[in-house]
Design a protein around this ligand. Structure first.
Ligand code: ATP
Ligand code: MG
Length: 554
């Protein structure tokens, strides 16, 4: 990697662009692109690249294209193309031009012919095995292929026959003629075209040969007039080839490739190839499983576009590889939802409380604030009856030290309501607690009790008006912080990473929430109405994130 232009800090790319602008390079124009291969769904690493490319275009009043790098028909599909477009739009970005590398197949072919005519490309008929053995190593130079000195006419003829489908996969390959002794292995006569007798989603059976990434990418950039081609660090070693190809050919512009560090995130894996394996092996429930680091998974989990963009802002752009802690991502959504999500009450694991001091038909309408820091969110009516549900874990028959919730003979405040005292613990034949009997202190609504301190406050819902809901809680999908390093990452999958609470009780207004509406359930976390499964008849919520950072070291 060339370190000369490396400069620490979040703005090294912007600094480079500023310098280009001052020098009048590209006539002051800034055009970027986001170039995914449509071979899977986007993940949060791609979001970093999207925010960078679209963000720079916006900052410099430039343009950003969305380009599908669709040169490998075996792995690509229209499903992925559509999913990627949806994800970019959902994040809130608008592309200037929508392109496919396959749009340029004719031009790319002409460029290849041009290289052959210049004596800078040749058809090699060595087997893949032979080519590998002649490639050399990091410390040893490569060996020139016996086919390297074919005449221009022979090469033109063979390349045309490759195109016409006269050969089988692997029989020949078109290579650049650069330098088999180069210290950079990418410059040792890299492959430019290979035979692939397979039909392409967009070009059908027109082509029997497909261009390689290193040939396609730089020329697609040049054809589109990209000024700054931003990519991840692993392409730094490909930059000499990127520049070489463009230098040999007559292209509308010479884009500058600039590399930045990939996003790596703890407890997950950012690689489409591996994520697809999780989907195919059914270790997750699809690309949109709320535990997946895909854009669709994060969306279903309840992340907002704003929180993901905020995350990318916070981590910045550098040239140094680093692994970001999950807590950073969670803090972004927590901050967003703390400010913007309305509050509601829901009981995940209910136990019934009968307030025996109230008449059976007792009904009282309380008023609850929708957001403690935002009066404009308004209030809602909340019904209180003789029977309520509280969280099973908010009662302890044999409390541990310092326990401040309900205990036999103890008092606790029902959130926004009365103080109650536990008088009886009702058990079934198996000895399990089925119900709690309490009395209420009628003088404690909105008031502190006289002469005693009641510390605990618990959330509750009315037994009469609340509705049953399914609530899903998520743990990290992997049990180790760096699953990619494991011998088999699939064995690192935490199979217990979903907990389904199917008897949760929610206040009635929650059932009416539109899918993807987010709330804070007081005391239990931030939740979203599932965008696929939630309905008024069968409400389903996913926990987006807990109220507090569970990663924080003790
Ligand atoms: P994957 O291995 O997951 O398929 P990729 O790099 O092959 O990733 P592409 O579809 O080729 O995926 O990527 C499109 C763009 O997104 C590229 O410019 C790539 O550099 C960038 N990108 C991919 N992964 C990350 C990441 N983890 N962090 C930042 N940018 C990324
Ligand atoms: Mg790729």
């Amino acid at each position: 990697m060339n370190q000369d232009d490396s400069k620490p800090g979040a703005n090294f790319i912007r600094n480079l662009i500023d310098a280009d602008q001052q020098a009048g390079k590209h006539g002051g124009r800034v055009t970027t692109r986001f170039p995914p291969e449509p071979n899977g769904y986007l993940h949060i690493g791609h979001v970093k690249s999207i925010c960078l490319n679209f963000g720079i275009a916006k900052q410099y009043n430039g343009q950003c294209n969305l380009r599908f790098d669709d040169t490998n028909p075996a792995k690509e599909s229209e499903e992925y193309v559509n999913a990627i477009k949806d994800d970019v739009s959902w994040l809130g970005f608008e592309w200037s031009g929508l392109h496919h590398a396959s749009d340029y197949f004719d031009q790319l072919y002409d460029f290849a012919v041009d290289l052959i005519k210049q004596g800078k490309a040749y058809v090699d008929s060595s087997s893949a095995e032979e080519m590998r053995s002649m490639r050399g190593t990091l410390t040893e130079p490569g060996i020139e292929s016996p086919y390297r000195n074919r005449t221009i006419e022979q090469n033109l003829e063979l390349f045309a026959s490759m195109k016409a489908g006269e050969f089988d996969d692997g029989e020949h390959i078109l290579r650049a003629k650069i330098d088999m002794t180069s210290g950079n292995i990418n410059m040792r006569d890299p492959a430019l075209y290979r035979i692939r007798k397979i039909s392409h989603v967009r070009t059908g059976d027109k082509w029997n040969i497909y261009p390689m990434y290193d040939f396609t990418h730089c020329l697609s950039d040049a054809i589109e007039g990209i000024t700054h081609s931003l990519c991840t660090l692993e392409f730094a070693d490909h930059r000499p080839l990127y520049d070489w190809v463009i230098d040999q050919l007559d292209t509308p512009c010479h884009p500058q490739q600039i590399e930045f560090a990939r996003l790596q995130l703890e407890y997950t894996m950012l690689s489409k190839r591996r994520l697809i394996q999780l989907v195919n092996d059914k270790l997750v429930d699809g690309w949109d499983d709320p535990r997946m680091p895909t854009v669709l998974g994060l969306r279903r989990r309840g992340y907002t576009p704003e929180s993901l963009k905020d995350f990318c802002e916070r981590i910045g752009i550098t040239k140094n590889d680093s692994v970001i802690e999950m807590a950073v991502l969670e803090t972004c959504i927590r901050d967003d939802l703390n400010a913007n999500a309305e509050r509601r009450l829901a009981v995940l694991d209910p136990i019934k409380v009968v307030i025996t001091s109230l008449p059976k038909e007792h009904s009282q309408t309380l008023s609850f604030q929708n957001h403690p820091q935002d009066e404009s969110a308004g209030t809602r009516a909340y019904e209180f009856n003789r029977e309520v549900y509280i969280e099973r874990e908010d009662f302890a028959e044999n409390p541990p030290p310092k326990y401040q919730r309900l205990v036999p003979g103890g008092e606790v405040r029902l959130r926004g309501c009365y103080i109650i005292k536990c008088t009886d613990v009702i058990k079934n034949d198996a000895g399990e607690i089925v119900e709690l009997h309490c009395t209420h202190d009628p003088d404690t609504l909105g008031k502190k009790p006289e002469g005693r301190k009641v510390k605990g406050v618990v959330h509750w819902v009315s037994a009469k008006t609340s509705l049953t809901a399914t609530i899903r809680l998520y743990d990290p999908l992997f049990s180790t912080s760096n699953p990619a390093a494991a011998e088999s990452f699939e064995s690192e999958v935490n199979v217990d990473s979903v907990t389904v609470m199917s008897n949760a009780r929610i206040e009635p207004s929650l059932a009416q929430a539109a899918p993807e509406t987010r709330f804070q359930f007081e005391r239990t976390g931030y939740f979203v109405a599932d965008r696929i499964d939630h309905s008024q008849q069968a409400p389903v919520f996913n926990r987006v994130v807990t109220l507090r950072d569970v990663w924080a070291k003790p």
